[in-house]
Design a protein. Structure first.
Length: 494
């Protein structure tokens, strides 16, 4: 009887992200003693958040690479459209970022800046198909664009004009997993390493690597591929892949990559989206090996308010820029619909499993309120019209009103997430529960509860995660207050 082939031993994966919530497809670069990281942003603007860290664990949002309408067209971008995986690099004293707006093409967009916080240039367009572009430079200054288009494709590039200087050619197809994508090319010693993702960004997700003597190969695969995967494991972090490598000042290496944290009974549901994780990397026999996890001691608690005049840096809008629908006037924020037919949404990522958002709105001139969503068709909304609030649940084409109440003057709306109250072995046990609450003069009043499975990627589909914020369906809604709180989370017990 033939023996089953065993995959090589895998390292213990981190259990907590270094960037919690919807922050997928991370790309990282070090400049001096600081690290900078960019993530996909899909239909949300401003696009491509840029973070800074001294240690690869604690990250601060410093800006966005696409922070104005002249750079980013999202009018046609529906859920999980827009900006796909970026690559962030530093060359010749300048930051470079290349990505793909799948609703504004075909082709890729290349922007640059002297400082990661910006301002970033208007994009240079690259006439090439596919997604997930990468940039790398040879010692003679030749720039290589490598991307995914049925396989891993490469061409020489003039980054100042976007002109391809050679014909695109396929340089690697991976090891046989579906969707070879997310390529990153590195020079380490005398070898060029090509790191890619395979298996799709679901349960089969993995990272594989190959090397060659030139940036265009030919590439030989690592004998121990995949070098990173969670498939078939008991890890609380699954779907790991789409990695990027970075060398530290002391010469050691690390990786950032995406993963999800499913919860609930089989088959499990994840609600925060694809998050960014990190791990140490060592080298053995000329190949990178993912080692010890890098992670915070705990996901920190957060308290964030909307504030006055200026939006918080982490606020985004769906398919428009926030300033197109939300403006500050007469001491308050005013929110209007994106179009006469479409609700507007402006808000922030849900970054904590246990969280809460509270808002006080005046809907005497319109319809709108507080919403927790994966996309417009998978959402729980505390929708106010005049002095009446309704708990509206959207699950695809099914729209239900679960409760209705009068909103007293000065009352606040709240949507909070909490652990499921179902029995551990119940088939109905989902990842969490969404609780809709009205805070009035007589105290809090629970209006409805919603099974968190309905606001999960496994139900909604797509590449994003939960967002929480404000919506307007018609007229104009005045926002008098908004606050988000997220509870600290310790690593789960082994």
């Amino acid at each position: 009887m033939p023996e089953l082939l065993a995959e090589p031993d895998r390292p213990s994966l981190p259990t907590l992200p270094v960037l919690a919530g919807f922050h997928p497809d991370p790309s990282v670069v070090r400049v001096g003693d600081l690290y900078y990281l960019a993530c996909s942003s899909f239909e949300y603007a401003p696009g491509v958040p840029i973070f800074r860290s001294p240690d690869l664990v604690a990250w601060e949002l410093v800006g966005h690479a696409f922070d104005r309408p002249s750079q980013l067209a999202l009018a046609q971008a529906g859920p999980s459209g827009g900006i796909y995986a970026p690559t962030l690099r530093h060359h010749d004293g300048r930051f470079w970022l290349v990505t793909t707006n799948v609703n504004d093409g075909p082709g890729h967009l290349l922007v640059s800046a002297t400082e990661p916080a910006g301002p970033w240039s208007d994009p240079v367009r690259i006439d090439a198909g596919g997604i997930d572009p990468d940039l790398a430079w040879d010692d003679d200054g030749t720039c290589y664009l490598t991307w995914s288009d049925g396989g891993i494709v490469q061409a020489e590039l003039d980054p100042t004009t976007g002109e391809l200087l050679s014909a695109p050619r396929t340089v690697w197809q991976g090891t046989g997993g579906q969707h070879p994508e997310g390529p990153h090319l590195y020079r380490v010693g005398s070898w060029w390493y090509l790191l890619i993702a395979e298996g799709g960004t679901g349960h089969g997700h993995a990272v594989t690597v190959a090397r060659g003597s030139s940036p265009s190969g030919p590439f030989e695969p690592c004998p121990d591929n995949p070098v990173l995967t969670a498939r078939g494991t008991r890890s609380p972090v699954q779907n790991t892949g789409h990695a990027d490598l970075v060398q530290r000042p002391d010469g050691s290496w690390a990786a950032v990559f995406l993963g999800v944290r499913p919860d609930g009974r089989f088959p499990g549901w994840h609600v925060l989206g694809r998050e960014t994780f990190a791990a140490e990397v060592s080298w053995a026999d000329g190949w990178p090996r993912v080692d010890r996890a890098l992670q915070p001691d705990a996901t920190p608690a957060v308290e964030s308010t909307l504030g006055d005049v200026r939006l918080p840096r982490d606020w985004v809008a769906a398919s428009v820029f926030p300033g197109d629908v939300l403006t500050w006037s007469d001491g308050a924020w005013r929110l209007v619909p994106r179009t006469p037919e479409d609700r507007s949404f402006v808000g922030r990522r849900q970054e904590h499993r246990v969280s809460g958002a509270r808002a006080r709105v005046d809907a005497s001139e319109g319809v709108g309120g507080l919403e927790l969503r994966v996309d417009p068709d998978h959402a729980v909304t505390l929708e106010v019209t005049g002095d009446v609030v309704r708990v509206v649940v959207r699950i695809g084409p099914a729209v239900s009103v679960l409760a209705e109440a009068v909103v007293p003057a000065g009352a606040e709306l709240e949507l909070r997430t909490q652990a499921s109250t179902e029995h551990e072995y119940s088939h109905r046990r989902g990842p969490d529960e969404v609780v809709a609450v009205l805070h009035g003069p007589e105290g809090p009043r629970e209006l409805a509860r919603v099974d968190g499975r309905y606001l999960s990627t496994e139900v909604a589909g797509g590449f994003t995660g939960r967002m929480v914020g404000l919506v307007c369906a018609s007229g104009r809604v005045t926002v008098e207050a908004f606050a988000y709180t997220g509870s600290a989370e310790a690593p789960p017990r082994p």
